[in-house]
Design a protein around this ligand. Sequence first.
Ligand code: TXA
Ligand code: MG
Length: 354
Amino acid sequence: MKQEETTTLVLDVKDPQNRKEAIATAAAILQKGGLVAFPTETVYGLGANALNEKAVKSIFAAKGRPADNPLIVHISDREEVLPLVSSFSMTARLLAEKFWPGPLTMVLPVSDAVPKIVTAGLDTVGIRLPANDYARELISAAGVPVAAPSANVSGSPSPTSAEHVYHDLAGKIDLILDGGSCEVGVESTVLDLVGSVPVVLRPGGTPAEDLLRYLPDLVVPGLDVAEVEGIPRAPGMKYRHYAPQARLLLVAGAPEKVAATIRKEIASWQARGSKVAVLASRENAAGYKADVVVVLGGRERPQEAAQHLFAALRELDDSGADIILAESTDQSGLGYAVMNRLWKASGGDIIQAR
Ligand code: TXA
Ligand code: MG
């Protein structure tokens, strides 16, 4: 059955004159069971009242999201975690103090207050206190915890601007709060605190290096690992997250060798009549004679790469290229999350530069 289209309102929350009214309008929509896309420091979220089963159900419908993929519950103040979980350990308390508000989702034992549809029936729930002021104001004004996945159609890159959300979800949701571009650019780190050792289920905006300072026994799986000693990764990690129209080849190795290999690959694909795009570092971009070159950021600046990653992937898709050659990035800090997303976009198609 075809879903009925709704009119999607866009409100600019950046404009100080509009801010209060935009937040109040959005909060009222959430209270009535509607869907609001809102900015966070990582990516835009598609929010609904987490305690309203019907509202949460409509998130899955709007995104085309599989029902076995649980949602993160967003709060506006640390104390709001307590009714949502059945226990809150000393470790969780410490991490909340150090990393909230911020891009860290903690997976904790769920309480009875959270509807099953939010957690996909798991006995755990992912909780996050976002750092973005508009996000926290919205959640606080709504007065309820807000369940929110990334505000993209399932399978496309996460949105880092209101335009990305509009492109994917116009006609399917009630409102988009336009708060400008997201500053982190990759989704939150999902950290499991329920097992015998803490495990990073999804690398993201809080680097593992920072978590290790408080969690010396933290397990950080390799980029290509689907399961860690019997603990499945975040259910969402099993889905082919972002599958570009074009084939994406990730070129790994020492930086000088990567550039040389990409130059060779460009020539050989073009000789076969393919339209070739490159996802490049700023330092190397000028050296590529490809049909399309998209700059991700400075080679030693993973933060910049993270910020531009999803917009770059959308741009590459729009370019109509047949082949995308992506430089591997530095894996320190946010670089690990960037490489994780590129690895997934490549579907494991890696060229080792020698
Ligand atoms: O930065 C973010 O996390 C953004 C913003 C909007 O907050 N949200 C986001 O949500 O990326 P989503 O639904 O696109 O990704 C959530 C990930 C999925 O991989 C999901 O499987 C995992 O978190 N997850 C959620 N609850 C979980 C749980 N109880 N146990 C294990 N994994 C969980
Ligand atoms: Mg997502």
